[in-house]
Design a binder for this molecule. Structure first.
Ligand SMILES: [Zn+2]
Length: 164
């Protein structure tokens, strides 16, 4: 006897999950400097000298306390990227970022680690490449809130030509 395939029911729902993240001492300094002064601060390990962004209280390599704050340049190099074809939900708004778009890892000049964010460039492999020079774009000061959305995106420095 042949059974009829069962039809699954889909139930659309929106789940509202309020969440409060305690940033702690180091992330708070980083977020406040960015919000109030438009500056990007990282921490430097006293032992291995790596400059970590976002700042962490302990070096991820040496496990010693980071105590030296370093202001970083707001220009850097794209070290990896992806072209996203699926929507990405913004955790601070719950709204999707409509694809396609470019998301990338940039090593700001003076940093050892990278900071990932949107890249404001056409999602076309001919228009974006590893090694591209980028600058960080913050929201206008009066619109900053003290979270990661104060960074709007990276954008390419003008006048660059894709290497052959
Ligand atoms: Zn270290």
């Amino acid at each position: 006897m042949v059974q009829k395939e069962q039809e699954w029911i889909s139930i659309p729902m929106t789940v509202d999950v309020p969440y409060r993240f305690a940033a702690g001492q180091y992330l708070t300094k980083y977020l406040v400097e960015m919000r109030d002064n438009g500056k990007i601060f990282a921490v430097k390990c006293p032992r291995c000298k790596r400059v970590q962004l976002p700042p962490r209280i302990v070096c991820a390599e040496c496990h010693v306390k980071n105590e030296e704050w370093v202001e970083l340049a707001q220009e850097g190099t794209l070290v990896a990227f992806t072209i996203m074809y699926l929507p990405l939900t913004d955790p601070t708004t719950g709204k999707p970022h409509e694809p396609p778009f470019v998301y990338g890892s940039v090593r700001l000049d003076g940093a050892t680690s990278v900071l990932d964010h949107f890249v404001n460039v056409e999602p076309d492999m001919e228009k974006v490449w590893v090694g591209m020079r980028m600058r960080l774009v913050l929201r206008p000061k009066e619109q900053r809130t003290g979270d990661l959305s104060d960074i709007l995106y990276y954008e390419p420095l003008p006048g660059q030509v894709r290497p052959k």
